[in-house]
Design a protein around this ligand. Structure first.
Ligand code: KG4
Ligand code: ZN
Length: 337
């Protein structure tokens, strides 16, 4: 049996996990930087990099301790090297390269977006491929045909904002704080999803593309009218809850509608969903209802595997089995490759 140590530092979560080549997760530790970024209303890349530097070694120690293993028991080091904030990724990549070298074990680099899909495989405990993959996070909103865990064939993505980014920005417009997704979902729970008829971009169009920028602007104008320059967030109450609920309903309709189209277009019978926005209860319910009608099997991980973590980097086991190791000059790649 081989133990893997995996590292995730692509955005604002410092994470490490220990798992085996049989995909048994022995520990998964996530240190969130939310408090550091909250007063800026979004992730500040330089603050993220510096916080990763401070947190990474203690997080790795904690992952090893919880797994009950030492450095000498690690047979492979895995790291997310793409996509993400370049300075943040570099911290994890540098640590992983150093550890691989020092321990004399192979290094495997994995794609963070592919890992979000693989989180479904981890949660299911069985093979889920081939499947349609939907990744909805703060940085990505994209559909993939996934014939295997390692082959993500892009079917379409967002032309502007990612769904999570739209949640965060609309939460900021409504004065709900950061991170916006969970706060907006809580606010939406008390509102009427039909109160505002917000746009559902490309929904009736056959293209598997998304756009959330116009929706965000529509919420801004519905909130403040045309006089947005001096606008301050709306007070708590029915209007704010209705705006949140109507915005959330528009995002959910689009994501569910595009998944339905993609299932029909590809003929795939399984849908695997990953990324922070898949923690959203309305989205989970909408996808479940659609998949039941379409007779497709739905895979969505539990919440701790939806948001950023290092256990999903167990995708590295697939590469390790193929002998696809990273070279000593492995670099951080901010764009999706
Ligand atoms: O996958 P993730 O943890 O990090 C990235 O790789 O981006 O996703 C973070 C995103 C944020 O935009 C956050 O607001 C959103 O996921 N999010 C949610 C919820 N929980 C997190 N969006 C909607 N509803 C939620 N419950
Ligand atoms: Zn992510």
């Amino acid at each position: 049996m081989t133990n893997f140590l995996a590292i995730e530092t692509s955005c604002d979560e410092t994470a490490a996990a220990v798992f085996t080549d049989e995909l048994v997760v022995r520990s998964s530790v996530v240190a969130s930087q939310t408090d550091l970024h909250a007063r800026f209303g979004g992730v500040v890349p330089e603050i993220a990099s510096r916080a990763h530097l401070r947190a990474l070694l203690p997080v790795i120690d904690e992952a090893l301790a919880r797994a009950g293993v030492g450095m000498a028991d690690i047979g492979c080091v895995a790291v997310h090297n793409t996509p993400g904030l370049v300075g943040a990724l570099l911290v994890g990549v540098s640590a992983a390269k150093m550890l691989g070298l020092a321990l004399g074990v192979p290094l495997v680099a994995v794609n963070h977006v592919a890992s979000h899909i693989f989180a479904c495989r981890m949660a299911a405990g069985r093979d889920i491929f081939p499947c349609l993959g939907l990744v909805v996070s703060g940085g990505h909103t994209a559909l993939f045909r996934c014939d295997t865990a390692l082959s993500l064939d892009p079917l379409g993505g967002t032309r502007d904002d990612a769904a999570g980014e739209a949640f965060d920005k609309v939460a900021a417009i409504l004065g709900l704080g950061f991170p916006g997704g969970p706060a907006l979902e809580r606010e939406a729970a008390g509102g009427d999803p039909k109160a505002y008829a917000f746009p559902r971009a490309f929904l009736t169009d056959g293209r598997l593309e998304f756009s959330f920028s116009g929706l965000k602007t529509a919420v801004l104008y519905a909130c403040h009218g045309q006089d947005v320059a001096k606008a301050s967030p709306p007070p708590p109450g029915k209007k704010r809850a209705d705006l949140a609920a109507s915005f959330q309903a528009a995002v959910v309709d689009v994501l569910v509608g595009k998944c339905k189209q993609a299932l029909r277009q590809t003929g795939l019978a399984r849908l695997a969903v990953g990324g922070g926005v898949s923690a959203n209860g309305r989205l989970r319910a909408g996808l479940a209802a659609m998949c039941a009608k379409e007779e497709a099997e739905l895979f969505i991980p539990p919440l701790n595997l939806c948001t950023d973590n290092a256990a999903m980097a167990a995708l590295a086991v697939e590469k390790w089995k193929r002998g696809e190791f990273a070279a000593a000059d492995l670099d951080a790649e901010p764009n999706f490759i």
